[in-house]
Design a protein around this ligand. Structure first.
Ligand SMILES: Cc1ncc(COP(=O)(O)O)c(C=O)c1O
Length: 421
């Protein structure tokens, strides 16, 4: 496949633009090509014109078990016959909570939500309530949701609101620091006694999939302890994807609170905030966290089925194997076509862009990469049946096997050949 016909997608896209701004229901999708999908199955997507795509976007991460996983969806369909939300408790919540805590291991309590954005807000509120302090530290290039107090972009070392309609003072409660730089965190915590929390993506997946330097997370933990500051891991991407216990398990560092989403529910909209009882129980003692749809029957059924699947057949070795082989293939093809394509990250999630091969350690390092050129390549890849994000992050699912690796290699080859002729 070199150039797909997308007449029906184009027509639906024209219609969508009369119904919703930009024809999309999330601004993140404005950057992607206007493809309308009919269905997904395993590692594959099928659009309304009959084109197939090998999916390395996974719906921005949730489809870690592949699309429409029967082991999850069958359980959800069965349980949903009993109803959806009751404005009260139901027994599946306890089973989902128990399984969640037993799987992640370090937390003692969990609160389910719908999105990472809102669970991040709950974490920050809880940290403020617990410490009686108002501000928090975060890192240039991380993403903690689209709300006013966390949506930010950093250019040339200056961080400002990323959306029209945000006010500059919305970010006044935040100290922005470079990721992977323990010295700047040490200095900031020493200089200010108004800091409630340090929140970070333990692997900075939203900016170039930048892993922590050895011992960085342990040092962050140490500094938070020294200053009685709450350490929050935003594991919305890393949770259940790097290990059953997420980045905390993978890097052996335990936060005070952590936020989960995406991979935890087989494609269903569920998030979680988890932590030690002493902190979390404040939600029953003056700190408000709410949501009409929290812990619905389908959400709990999806969590139970997903975590049971991950526990019974831990897929981490297989995902890493596929991811590593794919990263190698991209490097090899880049060499064949003499392109300065570069790949960085973990096998389960990695980043592709153009630029020097040296590893990038923080957000400022991305300035040396040609991300726009990659956006153009992403379009070409889509035209060749590879569904990838324009921003360069690739996700691997448990449904990506040897056949998918072969297809990915030949489609990448064709796309790069088209790119270089
Ligand atoms: C690290 C991180 N935190 C929070 C969020 C927000 O999650 P959601 O889109 O479910 O609101 C995201 C979304 O991509 C994320 O990557």
């Amino acid at each position: 496949m070199t150039s797909q016909k997308r007449d029906r997608s184009d027509a639906l896209s024209r219609e969508a633009r009369t119904l919703t701004p930009g024809g999309v229901h999330s601004n993140v999708r404005l950057a992607g090509p206007p493809v309308f999908f009919d269905r997904g199955e395993g590692a594959w997507l099928y659009d309304v014109d009959g084109n197939d795509y090998l999916d390395y976007l996974l719906g921005q991460g949730p489809n870690f078990l592949g699309h429409a996983p029967a082991k999850v969806n069958d359980v959800v369909a069965r349980e949903m016959r009993r109803g959806s939300v009751f404005g009260a408790q139901h027994a599946l919540e306890n089973r989902a909570g128990e399984l969640f805590l037993d799987t992640v291991r370090w937390p003692e309590r969990v609160r389910f939500g719908m999105t990472g954005t809102e669970s991040d807000q709950a974490a920050l509120r809880l940290a403020r309530a617990a410490t009686g302090r108002g501000k928090f530290v975060r890192f240039e290039g991380t993403y903690h949701g689209w709300l006013d107090n966390v949506l930010a972009s950093t250019e040339d070392g200056v961080t400002s609101p990323a959306s029209a309609g945000q006010l500059p003072h919305h970010l006044d409660d935040t100290y922005f620091l470079p990721y992977n730089d323990a010295a700047s965190l040490e200095a900031t915590l020493a200089a200010h006694d108004d800091i409630a929390a340090v929140i970070l993506e333990p692997v900075m997946c939203n900016s170039g999939v930048i892993p922590p330097r050895p011992d960085y997370l342990a040092r962050v933990r140490e500094l938070c302890d020294q200053h009685a500051v709450v350490l929050i891991f935003d594991e919305v991407i890393t949770g259940f994807r790097l290990a059953l216990g997420g980045a905390a398990e993978r890097f052996g560092v335990t936060p005070d609170l952590a936020v989960y989403g995406k991979a935890m529910a087989g494609g269903w909209p569920v998030s979680a905030l988890a932590g030690k009882a002493a902190l979390m129980d404040l939600f029953a003692d003056g700190v408000v966290h709410a949501g009409t749809f929290n812990s619905s029957v389908p959400a709990c059924a999806a969590v139970i089925a997903t975590l049971t699947t991950l526990r019974e057949e831990p897929p981490y070795e297989q995902v890493e194997k596929h991811g590593s082989a794919l990263m190698d293939q991209i490097r090899e093809l880049a060499h064949t076509y003499a392109l300065d394509l570069r790949v960085q990250g973990l096998p389960a999630a990695f980043h592709v862009s153009f630029g020097p091969q040296e590893p990038v350690h923080d957000h400022s390092g991305l300035a040396g990469l040609d991300l726009e050129r990659y956006q153009r390549l992403a379009r070409t890849l889509v035209d060749h049946g590879m569904w990838v994000a324009p921003r360069g992050i690739w996700y691997v699912s448990t449904a990506h096997g040897e056949h998918e690796l072969d297809v990915a290699t030949s489609r990448l080859d064709a796309a790069l050949a088209a790119e270089t002729t």
